[in-house]
Design a protein around this ligand. Structure first.
Ligand SMILES: C[S@@+](CC[C@H](N)C(=O)[O-])C[C@H]1O[C@@H](n2cnc3c(N)ncnc32)[C@H](O)[C@@H]1O
Length: 401
């Protein structure tokens, strides 16, 4: 067990990577904390093209803007491609040297965990650290999530002119970098976006944004893991939400909060309503690059600014969402049981819960072409649908989604 210390966290020495726009590649460093590992690191970083290769950027069918690395699903690395010709490639598995480097990093991280005293500081009042974050970073830290409609086509449907009346709840909305892009293209008069965050500072940023339009939007302070009378956000009742958007928020929770968060979301959704989810995957560069003194628990870290982050395995999310059941502590049991058992062993009474509509691992290789650096990113993206069959006293009209 780590010794009790009263360490003060230095002022944001390592800001969180913006999950999808951290393209300031020149400022990223993969230098490990332990100099002994420099050889492995160098191997992981520097992959030299071995022979002259075709130039796909000169081919009009593949010549997506070279500097547009978040045009998803469009550029696949072929064996004869020059890896440094573009600055991003889709669905690239990590290579063995990077995997080895990652394991070395994890071992170093585990060997120097956050002290129990500091764990308590970060876990007891996490909104305090996010409030600080938004005081320091305002609304410009995260870039607008412009890929939302592409990745979640239902958003295009509900923002179309002839879209159905739709209530969207964004959980952990931050400064509005997801909520505003959804509303920016909206032509549906019947769309309402509730943007919630447990950081008061974040909510103030949303309300102060010139795009904040009260006809279609409201912003409130709400902790998704709250219990009792606080478990629903202001202005929303049970079974009233069509879509819950969760973009890089679940990772900010401690594992002990997952069940309550899922329960609250379940309660809020209409039967048939969906969660649109994207978050960090295990092995992402943001995890691998953590240095000593940031490890809180397995796959769970605290950043230099005091905000927490978890990195998920796909199977873990399958169990958390697909294996969740309402009632006392069933969620925990479900997480402990195998996901497949949950999926196949569902009895007649077992009608509550989520169906995992899809859950994919999004791997991308980002390249700093100038410095010849390779950076592996890994995100998980999925949709979880609240089952439409419910006990009669809980049933509300389905949104028809
Ligand atoms: C990485 S930011 C993502 C912000 C936003 N979703 C986006 O895409 O830009 C995580 C956000 O989750 C919020 N958050 C963390 N824990 C929360 C909780 N328990 N309830 C509600 N919001 C939370 C933080 O305040 C922060 O704004």
């Amino acid at each position: 067990m780590a010794a009790m210390t009263n360490t003060t966290i230095p002022a944001a020495p390592q800001p969180p990577l913006d999950p999808n726009t951290d393209l300031n590649l020149s400022t990223l460093s993969l230098t490990p904390s332990l100099p002994d590992f420099s050889t492995t690191t160098a191997t992981a970083q520097h992959a030299q093209p071995t022979h002259l290769v075709s130039h796909r950027s000169h081919d009009p069918t593949t010549n997506l803007k070279r500097s547009d690395p978040f045009q998803f699903g469009s550029r696949y690395l072929n064996p004869d491609d020059d890896i440094y010709e573009f600055n991003a490639w889709d669905h690239v598995e990590t290579d063995s040297s990077y995997k080895a480097y990652a394991e070395i990093q994890y071992a170093a991280q585990r060997s120097s965990p956050v002290s129990d005293f500091d764990k308590a500081r970060f876990n007891n009042d996490p909104s305090k650290w996010w409030n600080r974050f938004y005081r320091n970073n305002t609304s410009n830290f995260f870039k607008d999530r412009k890929w939302l409609r592409q990745e979640f086509p239902v958003l295009a449907k509900v923002t179309a002119k002839d879209g159905p009346p739709t209530v969207i709840l964004e959980v952990g909305a931050g400064a509005g970098n997801t909520a505003f892009p959804i509303l920016a293209g909206n032509e549906n008069e019947g769309l309402r976006v509730h943007a919630c965050d447990f950081s008061r500072e974040a909510v103030e940023l949303i309300r102060a944004n010139e795009a904040f339009d009260e006809r279609y939007m409201r912003a409130d302070v709400w902790d998704v893991a709250a219990t009792g009378s606080e478990s629903l956000p202001p202005g929303l009742e049970e079974g009233s939400v069509d879509l819950v958007v969760m973009i890089f928020i679940f990772s900010a929770l401690a594992p002990a909060q997952w069940r309550q968060a899922v329960r609250n979301i379940y309660t809020l959704l209409k039967p048939g309503g969906e969660v649109l989810f994207r978050d960090y995957g295990r092995g992402d560069l943001a995890q691998v690059r953590f240095k000593k003194g940031r490890y809180m628990d397995e796959n769970f870290y605290v950043r230099g600014d005091g905000t927490r982050v978890y990195f998920f395995e796909r199977d873990e999310l399958m169990e958390i969402w697909g294996g969740w059941k309402d009632g006392a502590d069933e969620g925990l049991e479900a997480v402990e049981r195998s996901g497949s058992e949950e999926q196949t062993d569902r009895g007649e009474d077992d009608v509550e819960g989520f169906d995992v509509v899809d859950l994919g691992v999004d791997r991308r290789l980002l390249v700093n072409r100038q410095r010849k650096l390779k950076m592996y990113r890994c995100w998980l993206q999925g949709r979880f649908k609240k089952r439409a069959r419910m006990s009669p006293n809980k049933t509300k009209d389905s949104s028809g989604q």
